[in-house]
Write a protein that binds this ligand. Structure first.
Ligand code: PMP
Length: 389
């Protein structure tokens, strides 16, 4: 008999989006054509750049746990240049193997047992589980509440507020006013605002994105995570970073030393070496993806499907409340009967259980339109049956 396993870990569900994508991979390996709207990726064209023999050899080995200095320098310069936010590359930036483990380390660093974290829905599905793993209490804030109503959820145990800007899965972008209000709130209640900026380049007008680093230049109440996974289309390389106050970075560094050691050395060096060249390829593709999103907005209007308001990322949260059954049943029907893969909205919070996430990173506009028409036809089965009859 296997000895008892940890209760918290056992209570955590598998990541729903990854589960759906496993079924998609299985179907594809059987030769089926699956219309894939469930993936959290935009597939960029990125050329292969040179890597020196010296970097190749260095790449066999560990590197420092703060991250390669040259890459941290590039990241700090990018934030300074884009968002007029001075960042000390030596003390305020840490690179690790993707933003996912970094967010885990941040919660471990800032939370003590029982501390509450407000998470604005719709919310990326790992925040909740990572808060629980850190002994914290996840407090979901329904998507119907505006930023100016979040204070109602603050208690003496509140330690942090999490935003994802622009938001996966709705595409919502936070305004300067909203973020200024949040930073004031954080100062008043002595909290952290964690801003996950993983999709900051996926906007038609990138100058409309305001980093939280622009609002709180002292960084006393903010922590920023970002990643090369989405903005630079390199999810498989596992390189992410955190920008925070030196005192916070010092604590995260210890966790990174004990958990990860370093992001792959060779990839950090490659990134640092070709940073601007890679951005010159990926930035326009991220903007083009946001333009595609705009076109999909028009298709949605024509087809008659509502979605949550948003302007960025490559996701939509579609309202499927008219379906005559549960959202999970709809997701299953779409996948099994129509080979259309979407993710159930419950993955992003209780308040979005009548929605599905629809990612447009992979399929053509033509296929997107066809699939949306199929989804629409299922939303009012009684009407389409009448038409068919
Ligand atoms: N934050 C958000 C909002 C995401 O959507 C994702 C990936 N889907 C991540 C963080 C994790 O990204 P990574 O670990 O690849 O940097």
């Amino acid at each position: 008999m296997i000895p008892e396993l940890n209760k918290i870990v056992k209570s955590i569900p598998e990541a729903l989006s990854i589960q759906i994508n496993q079924i998609v991979y299985d179907k594809k390996s059987r030769g089926e054509r699956v219309y894939t709207y469930s993936l959290g990726e935009a597939f960029f064209d990125i050329p292969r750049f040179e890597i020196s023999d010296e970097d190749w050899k260095k790449g066999y080995h560990y590197s420092g746990s703060l991250g390669q200095p040259k890459l941290r320098q590039k990241l700090a310069e990018m934030y300074k240049y884009n968002y007029q936010s001075p960042i000390n590359a030596e003390m305020e930036v840490l690179v690790s193997a993707g933003s996912k483990p970094l967010i885990f380390m941040i919660f471990q660093t800032i939370l003590s047992a029982g501390d509450e974290v407000l998470v604005a829905e719709p919310a990326w599905l790992s925040y909740k589980e990572q808060i629980k793993l850190a002994g914290g209490v996840h407090i979901p804030v329904p998507y119907t509440k505006s930023v100016y109503e979040w204070a109602d959820y603050i208690t003496p145990r509140t330690k942090a507020i999490v935003i994802n800007n622009p938001n996966n899965p709705s595409g919502q972008l936070y305004s300067r006013e909203e973020m200024t209000y949040l930073v004031d709130l954080a100062r008043k209640h002595n909290l952290f605002i964690l801003s996950d900026e993983a999709y900051s380049d996926f906007l038609v007008r990138t100058d409309t994105f305001i980093s939280l680093a622009q609002i709180d230049k002292s960084k006393e109440n903010i922590i920023i995570v970002n990643s090369l996974s989405k903005n630079m289309g390199m999810s498989g390389w596992r390189v992410g970073y955190v920008i925070a106050h030196e005192q916070v970075i010092k604590q995260i560094l210890k966790l990174n030393q004990h958990l990860i050691t370093c992001a792959p050395t060779i990839l950090q060096d490659y990134m640092a070496e070709h940073f601007e060249e890679i951005l010159a390829y990926t930035r326009p593709q991220a903007v083009a993806m946001a333009e595609k999103r705009k076109k999909v907005c028009e298709i949605l209007n024509n087809v008659g499907i509502k979605s949550l308001r948003g302007v960025g990322t490559f996701y939509f949260l579609l309202n499927v409340s008219e379906y005559n059954g549960t959202t999970d049943e709809l997701v299953e029907k779409l996948l099994i009967e129509h080979n259309i893969a979407v993710v159930s909205g419950i993955a992003y919070g209780e308040s979005t259980k009548d929605f599905v996430r629809f990612g447009i990173g992979v399929e053509s506009l033509e296929n997107i339109e066809k699939s949306l028409k199929i989804i629409k036809s299922l939303l009012k089965p009684s009407i389409s049956e009448a038409v068919n009859g």
